[in-house]
Ligand binder design. Structure first.
Ligand SMILES: [Zn+2]
Length: 350
């Protein structure tokens, strides 16, 4: 029943039956409101609560220095966002990771009321299906680092509170796994937590894991796997970027690798739209059109000046669709990359 409902509500550009729109129609299409409505963009990674609380910025009103305020997301027609709980770095010395997680969850819990219903949190599958580009945005919780988890059994409560995507660790090693700045893999306790994440029916995020942790995770889990904000290591070598083998492995399992827009991971010096395209085209080659997405990480510890030249905020995300179009990517594939693929993975776990 749920499957059938989802299929009937698919974006008209998705799926084999829809077929690609003729290229001449797409010229300029993605810059228009009609194009935004067709894209229904998904951003797989935004630290909304962390950056708003840390910088004293209001997500709902937007802020002159913020790249990913609600007005920008609505302007792009984004309908779905993975919103993080980021507790790996304490903001205050006297605050535990659990308290920090609670403060961030409280921020999300208040958003539907504060935004007059324009923010939907925690979103369910019906919310995502009925969300209107330009009118509202659904948020799905992503735990970026399991510092707030004291015991494996705690994860169920975070599930209840809206978390559906989990990354065991951030850059460092914690009790669950080695992060990308370490060589170590998933610990025995981490393996038990991965099984619990599977049992609850959540998505695994490998973005910040060490190469060894990614191998361990892929050998352990049965559930869906994504990389919420990464680049390609062969295009630009960086510990935060995925090797070809890992990009391929995620896609082969039906998962999605989402391109980050932090220039430090994309190129040496000032990243351009060409650098962005190079990563995306390589990821497309390895993962196929069903395995690539966008996870910008805008405002995630870096500012507008660290986004690829030409992109200043979430409102500019449709420029990536234009860039893919210029590379000859079909309109139906563009719609999958910009939103459909992550919507497919997330709606299956909501
Ligand atoms: Zn991150």
């Amino acid at each position: 029943m749920r499957r059938a409902w989802q299929d009937s509500c698919q974006n008209p550009l998705e799926g084999a039956s829809a077929g690609p729109i003729k290229t001449q129609r797409s010229r300029g299409l993605w810059a228009s409101n009609e194009g935004h409505a067709l894209l229904a963009i998904t951003d797989a990674h935004l630290d909304i609560a962390w950056s708003s609380l840390r910088n004293g910025r209001d997500f709902v009103a937007g802020h002159p220095d913020a790249a990913a305020g609600l007005p920008d997301l609505l302007a792009a027609g984004a309908t779905l966002v993975c919103a993080t709980l980021f507790c790996a770095k304490a903001d205050r010395e006297d605050e535990t990771p659990q308290e920090l997680a609670e403060r961030q969850l409280a921020y999300y819990d208040a958003l539907p009321g504060r935004s007059g219903g324009r923010v939907i949190w925690p979103a369910d599958v019906m919310d995502v299906g009925t969300c209107v580009p330009g009118k509202n945005v659904c948020l799905v919780g992503l735990m970026e680092g399991c510092e707030p988890v004291s015991e494996v059994a705690d994860m169920e409560e975070y599930y209840r509170r809206g978390i559906r995507v989990v990354a065991l660790t951030w850059n460092k090693k914690n009790r669950w796994a080695g992060g990308c700045s370490h060589a170590s893999g998933v610990t025995a306790e981490g393996a038990a937590l991965l099984k619990e994440i599977d049992r609850l029916g959540m998505v695994h995020d490998i973005s910040h894991l060490s190469r060894a942790s990614v191998d361990d995770l892929l050998a352990t889990v049965r559930g869906p796997v994504i990389a919420s904000h990464v680049g390609s290591d062969i295009v630009f070598p960086h510990v935060r970027n995925l090797t070809d083998a890992h990009l391929r492995a995620v896609a082969q399992r039906g998962g999605v690798c989402c391109l980050v827009l932090y220039q430090k991971f994309l190129a040496a010096g000032r990243a351009t739209m060409d650098d962005t395209k190079r990563h995306l085209m390589h990821m497309l080659e390895l993962c196929g059109a069903d395995g690539v997405g966008i996870g910008s990480d805008m405002d995630g510890g870096f500012g507008r000046d660290q986004l690829p030249a030409g992109i200043r905020s979430s409102a500019d995300l449709p420029l990536i669709a234009e860039a893919l179009s210029s590379e000859g990517v079909s309109d139906s594939d563009i719609a999958k990359i910009m939103g459909g693929n992550m919507r497919r993975v997330l709606t299956a776990v909501l």
